[in-house]
Ligand binder design. Structure first.
Ligand code: P5A
Length: 437
């Protein structure tokens, strides 16, 4: 992609409505534009990151055996009257009337809707276990939408729902999602710590929030420092096997959000207790028959008798993650994307646009990297070198490939690694080999 034609409205000034660094950087890097309070348009660069996060979330859901479907954003109020949540949800729910004066709503979550689908279509104990998920926009009329996409009113969520005929089966589903979440967040370049959590309006008694530590986090959290050294990607996982040892290993040491904090228990961690601010990027719930019972979601058991389904739900804040990753990965100059979610892997910087030699080399590098499947953003603008470097640092691509007339005289180009600031001088061939490795 050539920067001269790309829609990348980078801002020089720091927008003063933004209170936290991720919000400032997302606005400055031309990733989002506010439409109204807590509602954003995603510009090309921002959308690219959102889609990459979504793809990793999807891969890990599929790996765990969950199946994707897609439910609508607009739901009928009747379903929520059946579960009893229509009144309980309060002013956070955006209520709508259609032309026939029927009560509708913009879904803040989908427990009712998936329960209706399952009760209508699953008949027998042979139809379970199942985990179904979708990645869909939600609306919650938050009293204080703030921090950009971190606490929006309209936001993208991955929500999964599990169905089982026994509590034991439901716990297995819970463990699968627990482990899938560990993997998902690690692949996104984050250290997410599972913490015992309150269930709030979703309900149930077993629940974990996945929290990443960041100074600007909305809540106070406490955890044993052992979590900072654990690596979920090192786990050898079998989703069909027994995941309870993994669950036990990851829930043994103390970790809790403020609402669930227990000073006496925390004290056992002694000097190893870390007190920090945290951002909730995921939340999982086991709530048994809370929705299936009032809504009559049953299947026939082996003896023909009806069994009320055991359910859980599992959420990831996909759009919140864009901000959360920036909170965890930035410096004074801008964003530092983990490679897995970077909008482009390489920023190609032509130090002397219009120079025959640098133009030709940039065209060649651009073409060869593209052929190898590497995503390149080529800064081909007629701009000062300083401005080009500032833009590249701001938008945070993992590698900057710098081509200037001086280097070319010696037959070399330069690679700067954004995360470390390290610079390496190499031949164009070696640079291509490194970036395609
Ligand atoms: C779990 C899936 C639920 O809604 N029902 C379906 C359950 N859980 S939750 O904790 O309320 O939300 C899941 C995740 O969504 C993100 N999130 C938000 N992101 C941006 N702006 C918001 N206003 C917002 N509210 C929730 C969080 O990451 C949360 O963990």
């Amino acid at each position: 992609m050539r920067l001269s034609t790309y829609f990348l409205p980078v801002l020089k000034e720091t927008p003063n409505e933004a209170q936290i660094v991720s919000h400032r950087l997302m606005l400055r890097a031309g990733m989002i534009r506010q439409s109204s309070a807590g509602i954003y348009s995603w510009l090309p660069l921002g959308l690219k990151v959102l889609r990459k996060i979504e793809a990793i979330v999807r891969e890990e859901q599929n790996r765990a055996g969950a199946q994707e479907l897609l439910m609508p954003t607009i739901q009928s109020a009747e379903l929520w009257q059946e579960s009893g949540r229509y009144d309980a949800y309060g002013p956070e729910m955006l209520r709508i009337r259609d032309r026939h004066d029927r009560e509708m709503l913009y879904g803040p979550t989908n427990e009712e809707q998936i329960t209706e689908i399952f009760r209508g279509l699953a008949k027998s104990y042979r139809d379970v276990p199942k985990i179904l998920y979708h990645i869909q926009w939600k609306f919650r009329d938050e009293i204080r939408p703030r921090f950009g996409v971190m606490r929006g009113r309209e936001f993208l969520m991955k929500d999964s729902y599990s169905f089982d005929v026994s509590a034991e089966g439901a716990r297995k589903a819970y463990f699968k999602m627990f482990v899938a979440y560990l993997r998902t967040f690690a692949r996104l370049g984050l250290k997410a710590i599972p913490m015992r959590a309150d269930t709030g309006p979703i309900g149930g008694d077993l629940s974990h929030e996945f929290i990443i530590l960041a100074e600007t986090g909305e809540s106070q959290v406490f955890c044993h420092k052992s979590f900072l050294e654990k690596d979920p990607l090192a786990l050898d996982l079998d989703y069909e096997g027994d995941l309870s040892p993994v669950f036990e290993d990851w829930t043994r040491d103390y970790a809790a959000t403020e609402e669930m904090h227990d000073e006496a228990k925390a004290a056992e961690a002694g000097d190893d207790l870390v007190t920090a601010r945290g951002i909730e990027v995921g939340h999982i719930f086991y709530f048994g028959t809370k929705y299936s019972k009032p809504m009559g979601a049953v299947v026939a058991g082996p003896d023909g008798q009806p069994i009320t389904l055991e359910m859980g739900s599992y959420g990831i804040g996909v759009s919140r993650l864009v901000g959360a990753i920036i909170e965890a990965c930035h410096d004074d100059a801008g964003i530092i994307w983990p490679e897995s979610v970077a909008p482009f892997k390489v920023g190609l910087v032509n130090l002397k646009q219009g120079d025959e030699g640098t133009d030709a080399m940039c065209d060649r590098l651009n073409a060869e990297l593209a052929k190898a499947g590497v995503e390149v953003l080529y800064d081909d603008r007629d701009e000062r070198a300083g401005a080009k470097f500032a833009t590249m640092d701001l938008i945070g691509l993992p590698y900057q490939l710098v081509v200037g007339p001086k280097g070319l005289k010696d037959g070399v180009v330069e690679i700067k690694t954004r995360a470390t600031g390290e610079r390496e001088t190499l031949t164009p061939e070696a640079a291509i080999a490194k970036l395609t490795a």
